[in-house]
Design a protein around this ligand. Structure first.
Ligand SMILES: Cc1cc2nc3c(=O)[nH]c(=O)nc-3n(C[C@H](O)[C@H](O)[C@H](O)COP(=O)(O)O)c2cc1C
Length: 331
């Protein structure tokens, strides 16, 4: 049986496998990435980091690049719209030792678009080429590839992902991720996987697919149907980092492992404790409310637990909730 879980070479860098945690603002921090690595993610992306803020010396911004001990490699994602700023930001992220640095060309948030960054860039392939070239001039000599993450286009009338991706590759991008939705779609509708397939067939560099991978089986299907080199998971990993374990097993031709409540709860607890270490107890607990809700979605007693979770502010309170979750599952 063919093993569809295989290494991917990006630029000169070999990634050990093809299952990635996507950049997800508000979620893909060091604690969550650490948990995803434990569960089998081959590479995790940081939340998007503002090149402008970084070059202005914002301490909050550098916090986004903290790395967990088990994260032997990670990708840093930058956003911005000015080649010279992204070039300076690229130089500033080098000491963090990223395996690759990604340029965000997909964020649909109005504030980001107004600054010309995120998905605004898909309207300007020439600028994408220029930014990537400016980043590659700094990162290339250090052996760090530049990659880009794009959307299908600005709106239905301009699904120009082929042009944007081609411009990025001309600028020196070593891989392209396509979130196969337009900016206008936001996160609604269905990701157009056939577009990922078309891009993968057209580009000489690896193409990663993003959009609607909510199960290990969906990850397997995306690889098979589109021929993409790797799969990114965003919403499907929230409260469910186990999706990587499941996807790995299926790609290796094994059956999906059963993830019992004890393991889910232990993982949630580890996530919380790591988060407290990185962010401090108070911030971590506020952040963990949404995570806890995701972990307990669809479980027995989940609704009652979530009602209490949104009022919990200490590790002790969350540990009690996790205990109740396990006890409720045991009946
Ligand atoms: C809350 C949230 C935050 C996101 N933040 C980022 C980000 O910082 N950078 C980025 O390139 N994409 C970001 N995305 C997009 C995801 O990486 C991904 O492309 C998209 O959600 C589609 O994949 P999914 O169906 O697996 O969620 C974000 C998505 C969500 C839902």
């Amino acid at each position: 049986m063919t093993n569809h879980h295989h290494p991917v070479v990006v630029g000169g860098v070999e990634l050990p496998g093809n299952l990635f945690l996507a950049p997800v603002a508000g979620y893909s921090d060091a604690a969550f990435r650490s948990v995803c690595v434990d569960e089998g993610a081959d590479l995790c992306y940081t939340e998007m980091v503002s090149a402008e803020a970084l070059t202005r010396g914002s301490g909050k911004t550098t916090e986004l690049m903290a790395r967990a001990e088990n994260e032997t490699r990670y990708a840093i994602q930058l956003f911005g719209s000015k080649p010279e700023v992204l070039s300076r930001a690229a130089a500033m992220v080098l000491p963090y030792g990223p395996a690759l640095v990604d340029l965000n060309c997909g964020c649909p948030v109005p504030k980001i678009i107004k600054s010309g960054a995120g998905s605004a860039l898909v309207r300007n392939p020439g600028l994408v080429r220029e930014i990537v070239a400016a980043m590659a001039a700094v990162l290339g000599p250090a052996g760090v590839p530049v990659t880009v993450k794009i959307r299908s286009g600005w709106d239905e009338g301009s699904r120009n992902f082929m042009d944007v991706a081609a411009a990025a590759v001309e600028g020196g991008a070593a891989a392209v991720t396509l979130h196969a939705r337009t900016r206008a779609m936001g996160y609604s509708g269905t990701a157009a996987w056939p577009e990922i397939g078309r891009l993968a067939a057209a580009l000489a560099v690896p193409v990663f697919g993003s959009g609607d991978v909510f199960s290990g089986e969906a990850a397997r299907r995306m690889l098979e149907e589109t021929g993409c080199a790797g799969v990114m998971v965003a919403r499907g990993a929230m409260g469910n980092p186990f999706i990587f374990r499941e996807a790995r097993a299926l790609l290796e031709g094994k059956s999906a492992p059963v993830v019992d409540v004890a393991h889910r709860a232990a993982t949630a607890r580890r996530h919380l404790l790591l988060s407290a270490r990185f962010l401090g107890e108070r911030t971590a607990c506020v952040e963990f409310r949404k995570q806890f809700c995701s972990y307990t979605k669809g479980t027995a007693a989940g609704a009652a637990l979530r009602a209490d979770a949104v009022r919990s502010s200490t590790v002790e309170e969350f540990e009690a909730l996790i205990g109740r979750w396990v006890a409720a599952a045991a009946g």
